[in-house]
Structure formats: C-alpha cells, structure tokens
Design a binder for this molecule. Structure first.
Ligand SMILES: [Zn+2]
Ligand SMILES: [Zn+2]
Length: 495
C-alpha cells in the first residue's frame, strides 16, 4: 500500500508526502521529551504566570484566596513541576532566569540578607516513573525586590528547553486604622499613601477601622496610656489575624508638649476701681531646643481637666510677699491672637478693678505649649501614629497622608543605612547628629551641610523621608531604590 501511495503523491524530485510520513514515524519511535514546566497551586493545579507575594509566609493567614490565591503564592520559595510527554524516569536540568530590569543587589547586600538572592545555580533532577516531578520547595527561590520578574526553564537530555510563564514579585502589607471616638479630623482617605507605595511595588491593603478611646492630646508622659488604649482597640481588629504583616495607624488629636508653671510678670500696673484691665503678653526666653514659634500660646483645650491658668497675684510696689493679693481665675481672660483661632491665645487680660487702689506688680503663672509634634513613631512594634491637629487647626488629609508615608517608611527601615538586613546605605542619608531624630534623607540639599534641620532646609528638601513635613509625599530617587529592594518578610511584632 505504501509504495502505491508514494507513487501517486509525487515524482523522484519532490516527495513531500514521504518526508511527512517519515517524521511521524520518527516521533512515534523516538525518546520521550520534556513537555512543560509549570508553577503549582496548593491544590495541585498548574499555573502559567503568577504573582508571588514574597514577603508573606505560607503559614500565615494573609492568604485571602483573592489577592493571594493560595499558600503557594506566599513566600520566596517557588513550587515548580516538570512533566515529560510519557511515563518513565528522565533526567533534566532546571534554572531560574531573572528578566531584564530586575533590581541589582550588591555583593554587600547579598552577604547581609539571604532574602535578596534568587537561586542562581541550575539543579539536576530525574523524574519519577510517571514522567513528572514536583521540585523540592527549598530548591528555587526569588529575591525580595517588588515587580522583579523571573522565568524558570527546564532542559531535557536531548537539549529541548521549556519555560514557565512569568513570575512577578509582589509585596503585601495590611493596615488597620485606629480612630479615636469623636475625633473628626482623621484623614478622609489614605489613597495617597496607597498610591505612593503601589508605585514602589508594595501593596497596602486596608482592614476595617476600629475605634479607640479619645485623648485630646498626647503629651510626653501620655505615650503609655495612649498605647494601652490603642492596644485594646487593636486587639478587637482583624489585624491580629494578619500578623506579622500588618501595621496599625492611630490618629491622634494634638501631639502638644506642655511647659508648666511659666511665671510672667508685669511691673508698674495701676490697679483699683476704675483702672483699665492689665494686658499680659505671654513670652519666654527662647530656648534653643524649642521649635515653638513666637508668640507663645496658652495650654488651651489640650488635656482633660488641664487648665492654662495656674495662679495670679498682685503685689503693691515696695510690698513683701505677705502683701500679695491673689487674683481669681475668673478675672483673667485669655485673648486669642486671631479671631480665626479662638483657642490660640497668647495674651491674658486681667480685670484689676476689684483690687484696692495701688500700683505694683502682677505675677501670672500659666501653662503654655512648648511645642507641637507632627507624628510619633513608636520604636519597635507595628504602631504608627499621625497627628490630625496642630495649633488647634485640623491637619489636612494630604499632610496626614504624607506623615503616614514617612512613618511607614521608617517602619520599613528607611532611610536605609546598610545595617542588618537592610539595603545599602542611601547616599542622601543623614542621621540624628545632623538634625531630627532617626535616619532621614537630605535629597534636594547639599551633601556637605553640617546640619539639615533649618526651616530653609525644609523648604528645599525633596523627599518624603526628610525629617520634617515638607509637602512631599513620595520617595526620592535614592530612597526609591531601597524601598524597591527592601526585604519585608520579617513583618512587625504587635505593639
Ligand atoms: Zn522621621
Ligand atoms: Zn530620599
């Protein structure tokens, strides 16, 4: 039959049909070949291209079935399976190939943190008798940098190579907002924070906010009480189930620091029936460490049951302490510096008409605002805190977002100083010795300044990691490299 068919199909010079038949026969009798290499899902299903959430661990509950579809997409270790086209035991090699544009970790970085590396060396395997093999989990892993991409290639003994689809590296952090009851000044949305981090390949996923007890102000001695309240609220939130990959963001009212018992005196005041009220402007000797602008403001509406007023008294000229006459609080009226800021009082008007006729000295003792802080970053743990009020005005949503980007940056180890598991030292880093507290970024300013904390510095700085609010919400080019590379797999201990 075959010879007849060939004759009919062509002549001696062209015999395409004959070639085709021979090819079919060769396949049927030839050796088995490699068919495919795939990623595995936890249910055993095969996946072509995948998003790998490298900072998460398969053991935690951050796998939600949607964004992180199954536990095999969590962590830096990659589940791979190689399949041949027929049963039998076959040797093959597998290698991990980074695509162009991936982060380039330096030798120093690779030496400091094993999570920066991907599996570079190729490995040799033999399939099981069914012609397939799920590779040991420990064998292949990818680096920490967000949006880095890899493919995995397997080659059989005859040199045929097959490839997976693309594996793209992702990082995911949950956050929960702790909002003080009745505090209406919290940022309406953290969209800007989410956008900035998404740009640097870190997904922030919001959990339902919870309420915490109200504190009008958190002063220097209130941090413990504040954290205790925040902890009670946090314990009731879904964040607990997302540890250690979750950050708590607490909103506070003021973060004002009080200067107590300031004595302000005014000499040569005429008092008695018919006398004009005495006006006392609040001022102190400027203190080098104080950020307070002039004028100095009374401690007003900043602590439950706390008053600006301590005492007032009048002593006639030449009189002794025994002659001092106490002036009651209701005779003292704080005067706002502007009608727009009724609580921002920097002067006190004292009604002296009820005192006996005399001339002498008024001594007023008051509590004042020493300084207002923009945010608190609690060392260690997963709590950051943003102030929603400063100088009795609401801090707008944009600035609250900027503060949160900054404080979250600190939680991720920014500005990276090349210590521990962090990426290399950022070139525009400055530390406490040159101003502010912690590691910050002077991008936009000269590298040779001895300090970076003047107000002129703030207005020329160009990075969200500068040490004071400067209107920037994004990481500069220097910090961006560290945010891209940083390993977030440790997460944070609950505060
Ligand atoms: Zn800072
Ligand atoms: Zn920077």
């Amino acid at each position: 039959m075959a010879s007849t068919k060939f004759k009919n199909a062509g002549n001696a010079n062209t015999n395409p049909v004959e070639n085709k038949v021979r090819k079919e026969i060769r396949v049927k009798v030839g050796p088995a070949g490699i068919a495919r290499i795939v990623f595995l899902n936890s249910d055993g299903a095969e996946a072509h291209s995948v998003k790998q959430f490298v900072n998460l661990s398969g053991a935690d509950s951050s796998v939600d079935g949607k964004i992180v579809p199954n536990v095999y997409r969590a962590g830096n270790k990659i589940r791979l399976k190689v399949v041949f086209n027929k049963p039998g035991t076959y040797p093959f090699m597998v290698k991990c190939e980074p695509l162009g544009g991936n982060a380039q970790y330096t030798p120093g970085e690779l030496a400091r943190n094993a999570r920066f590396a991907y599996q570079k060396e190729q490995n040799s395997y033999t399939t099981g008798s069914d012609g397939s093999l799920a590779l040991p989990l420990e064998d292949f892993f990818v680096g920490a940098a967000g949006k880095d991409r890899y493919v995995f290639r397997a080659t059989d003994a005859s040199g045929v190579t097959v490839s997976t689809g693309i594996l793209e590296v992702h990082r995911l952090i949950y956050y929960v907002e702790l909002k003080m009851r009745s505090l209406t000044s919290c940022a309406a949305s953290l969209a800007l924070v989410e956008q900035v981090y998404a740009k640097h390949h870190i997904k922030l996923l919001k959990l339902p906010a919870v309420e915490m007890a109200y504190m009008p102000n958190i002063g220097e001695n209130d941090a413990e009480a504040f954290q205790a309240d925040a902890r009670r609220a946090y314990a009731k939130s879904l964040a607990v189930g997302k540890q250690p990959h979750v950050i708590a963001i607490a909103y506070t009212g003021h973060l004002a620091v009080k200067k107590a018992n300031l004595l302000v005196s005014k000499p040569s005041v005429a008092v008695g029936p018919g006398s004009a009220p005495a006006l006392i402007t609040i001022s102190t000797q400027p203190d080098a460490s104080s950020l307070i602008p002039e004028p100095y403001f009374l401690w007003h509406g900043l602590g439950l049951g706390e008053s600006w007023f301590v005492s007032a008294r009048f002593t006639k000229a030449g009189g002794s302490a025994a002659d001092a006459i106490s002036i009651p609080r209701e005779k003292c009226t704080p005067l706002p510096s502007s009608p727009a800021l009724p609580q921002g009082a920097n002067a006190v008007q004292i009604d002296v008409s009820a005192l006996p006729l005399a001339t002498g000295k008024i001594e007023l003792v008051v509590n004042i605002v020493d300084r207002m802080r923009g945010g608190i970053s609690f060392f260690g743990g997963n709590l950051i805190c943003v102030c929603t009020k400063a100088w009795w005005s609401t801090v707008d949503t944009k600035m609250q977002n900027e503060v949160i980007v900054h404080e979250l940056g600190h939680k991720m180890g920014m500005v990276a100083d090349g210590s521990g598991k962090l990426p290399d030292r950022t070139v525009s880093l400055y530390d406490d010795a040159k101003g502010h507290r912690g590691n910050h970024c002077f991008h936009g300013l000269s590298a040779t300044q001895s300090r970076y904390d003047s107000s002129a510095d703030a207005s020329r700085s160009k990075c969200v990691m500068y040490g004071a609010a400067n209107g920037f919400s994004d990481f500069c080019v220097n910090c961006a490299s560290a945010v891209w590379k940083v390993d977030l797999s440790d997460g944070w201990e609950p505060f």
